[in-house]
Ligand binder design. Structure first.
Ligand SMILES: Cc1cc2nc3c(=O)[nH]c(=O)nc-3n(C[C@H](O)[C@H](O)[C@H](O)COP(=O)(O)OP(=O)(O)OC[C@H]3O[C@@H](n4cnc5c(N)ncnc54)[C@H](O)[C@@H]3O)c2cc1C
Ligand code: SF4
Length: 481
């Protein structure tokens, strides 16, 4: 089975979608041909066990890919699962949504030699989905409870991975999150067709069964300050992600029916979870039968255009100021969007939003690529007198995210941040300038990937353990003296 068949097809269909065909698909899911066990074995046995595991080196978690492929090829799935989960808290999630073409699979030796990568992500997903089915995935049984407690702010992948690792050591862990459901962007950002929500929910349920306490609808900065929270715990992890959408400063930005990507995707995800969403139900955030323009060229923009296609929009256009080659998003995601009927208008930049009260279109400029800037990418330049209008009933802005102003939000003005607003940490200890307060995930790196958030959460857990052990030792010394 080829990589393309595994990754770009509907459960029932092996040819690409054509525009207009979308509506007829009853289950327009991403895009994995489900493995049956023979296929997983067949794919796994393609691994040449090359001895230079570039796949492993390029996986942020350094997953022991060659060994779990070998075990899968031999039909030893339970052992493959044990090995896979020993370095990754959410293998079935990474298997679904890692940009493997840039990480493990892109560096597979077989891929490099032109024979098509071993489909590592799909096999990782298959192993752990099977483990769930067969009941091999169990809550943590703590050997010895430790009375010290850790408060984690943010129930995204960084917070969840850190919580799980700390609980394995025996610590008392409480996660605080301002949303009503745990999962962070896994639940309200990444669309259902890429990551089914039951997959996230069964993980968070497992953590609850493992003794981790979740306090939802609780916002640090509003319901408690960082200082207050610190008094309740022996250590704190900040894992709040980045949520301030980058804005576009052009006339007409205040017109009705212009939204940010996160507002649009959250409404769609809530609907998928069965919530009542007033602004979706009254049509405001529903793109059904509308001409949609998405501005931006990253993975989040691809999620928006592909969500609009699934909502049966009349037309979906993506405006991006550079060309296809220079798009920041994954090439695979762009290919998927094109297959599904999204129209890309490359080398185009919005000049103003048109409309009286409601947006009715976007005036754009054509662009050319000039010389390379400091980042090495060619700079887009406006072509003079190139303006023209594109019709739109709804516009979604997807220009990336910055951190919120955490020192202000947390009422902790002394908390040190970088010039981009990300939290500054000591790279050895992952500690902020507040003693006993650690940070991990997007709020440290800037907008990144789930697999990096998991890696950071795991690393933070190790550092927090070291810190708490030392704190305990000091207490014992004082008592003894
Ligand atoms: C639309 C979209 C699609 C993406 N798709 C992919 C993908 O396909 N593959 C991939 O690898 N990555 C993807 N990413 C990136 C990935 O989701 C993030 O890198 C990852 O979720 C970061 O994890 P985190 O734990 O640091 O933060 P988050 O997942 O953002 O979680 C942070 C949590 O903190 C909570 N929080 C924030 N402030 C407070 C506060 N003051 N008090 C209490 N709680 C608070 C939030 O409610 C949230 O639950 C995508 C991102 C977006 C936006
Ligand atoms: S975690 Fe991501 S990068 Fe690592 S093996 Fe799995 S899919 Fe590849």
């Amino acid at each position: 089975m080829t990589k393309k068949m595994l990754q770009f097809v509907n459960l029932e269909q092996t040819t690409p979608y054509k525009r207009g065909e979308v509506e007829r698909k009853k289950d327009f899911h991403e895009i994995y041909k489900e493995f049956i066990s023979e296929k997983a074995q067949e794919q796994s046995s393609r691994c040449s066990q090359c001895g230079v595991p570039f796949c492993q080196v390029h996986c942020p978690l350094q997953n022991n890919i060659p060994d779990w492929l070998k075990l899968t090829a031999e039909g030893r799935l339970e052992e493959a699962y044990e090995l896979s989960q020993s370095t990754n808290n959410m293998p079935e999630i990474c298997g679904r949504i890692c940009p493997q073409d840039r990480l493990c699979e892109g560096n597979c030796v077989i891929e490099q030699s032109g024979h098509g990568t071993v489909t590592i992500g799909s096999i990782e997903k298959y192993i752990t989905d099977t483990a769930w089915e067969k009941n091999w995935v169990k809550p943590i049984k703590v050997k010895k409870e430790i009375s010290q407690s850790v408060g984690i702010i943010g129930a995204g992948p960084a917070g969840l991975a850190c919580a799980e690792e700390l609980r394995k050591f025996g610590y008392q862990v409480t996660i605080y999150d301002r949303h009503d459901r745990p999962g962070g962007l896994l639940i309200y950002g990444i669309p259902n067709f890429k990551l089914e929500k039951f997959v996230v929910e069964r993980r968070t349920k497992l953590l609850k069964k493992s003794g981790i306490k979740f306090i939802q609808n609780f916002e640090i900065g509003k319901d408690k300050s960082l200082y207050e929270l610190k008094k309740n715990h022996d250590a704190i992890l900040i894992a709040t992600g980045v949520y301030k959408p980058r804005e576009i400063d052009i006339p007409g930005n205040n017109l009705v029916n212009i939204f940010t990507a996160i507002v649009f995707l959250t409404a769609s995800n809530r609907k998928g979870l069965g919530d009542k969403v007033k602004l979706f139900d009254d049509g405001t955030l529903n793109t059904h039968n509308k001409d949609v323009i998405v501005i931006g060229g990253g993975d989040t923009a691809m999620d928006c255009v592909r969500t609009a296609i699934r909502q049966k929009a009349k037309s979906v256009k993506c405006i991006y100021r550079r060309d296809q080659e220079n798009m920041p998003g994954s090439a695979r995601e762009v290919a998927n969007a094109i297959e599904e009927g999204v129209e890309f208008i490359w080398l185009t930049n919005p000049k103003k939003f048109i409309g009286d009260k409601l947006v009715t279109g976007v005036q754009v400029n054509k662009m050319t690529l000039g010389s390379a800037d400091s980042s090495g990418r060619r700079k887009p330049e406006i072509q003079e007198n190139s303006e023209y209008n594109i019709k739109a009933d709804i516009v979604i802005k997807s220009l990336g995210f910055d951190p919120e102003n955490l020192p202000e939000l947390f009422s902790a003005k002394e908390l040190l941040v970088s010039r981009w607003g990300t939290i500054k940490i000591d790279l050895n200890t992952m500690q902020t300038n507040f003693e006993g307060v650690f940070a991990a995930g997007d709020i440290v790196r800037g907008a990144s990937l789930v697999v990096w958030a998991i890696k950071d959460g795991r690393d933070a857990a190790k550092e927090i353990q070291k810190y708490l052990k030392e704190k305990n030792n000091e207490k014992s010394k004082v008592k003894a003296a």
